[in-house]
Ligand binder design. Structure first.
Ligand SMILES: [Zn+2]
Length: 166
């Protein structure tokens, strides 16, 4: 499901942007069989979502994850701790989980392809060229031909920060 990004972001410029590489594919999760009006909601911000993605799914060390998001390791530590607590609260107490808001900007991305296994993947600009393919570990990698970064809309420029006004 594609999100309406205009709903997630507005044009205010906060001081501390957290760079994110992707927008969540789905932004609302609820326990089955309980009507919405009876559910409590936990709000996970988009930067907290990104912290979970980088740290828990991609398995990055906090230092690397912090660098990807353009923030200090201390700040990353605070974000991931808060994110874990919210996800736990949702799971344990059966609350709905909604992903929205946060002080974020979209990273501009570079796309690479492995000519050996054909795996292709994206990494944020400015984080260095990968040494090998994350799938087969061969070093037969090159910039993807269809690499245009994120074109248009949110995230075309790295120095622009978007924030939701609650
Ligand atoms: Zn490969």
């Amino acid at each position: 499901m594609l999100l309406n990004t205009k709903r997630l972001f507005s044009m205010a410029r906060p001081k501390h942007c957290r760079r994110i590489a992707s927008i969540p594919e789905s932004n609302y999760f609820k326990p089955r069989g309980i009507p919405l009006h009876m559910l409590d909601e936990v709000i996970l911000t988009v930067d907290e979502f990104e912290a979970i993605r980088l740290s828990d799914l991609e398995g990055l060390y906090q230092e690397q994850a912090a660098e990807n998001m353009g923030i200090s390791r201390q700040t990353f530590g605070r974000i991931i701790e808060s994110a874990h607590k919210k996800v736990a609260e949702s799971l344990v107490k059966g609350k709905a989980l909604k992903i929205e808001g946060g002080v974020i900007e979209m990273a501009s991305m570079r796309k690479f392809t492995c000519s050996d296994c054909r795996h292709s993947w994206e990494i944020p600009r400015g984080t260095g060229r990968p040494k090998d393919c994350p799938s087969c570990k061969n070093s037969t990698i090159h910039r993807a031909e269809d690499d245009k970064g994120y074109a248009g809309g949110v995230g075309r420029r790295q120095d622009r920060c978007h924030r939701r006004i609650q």
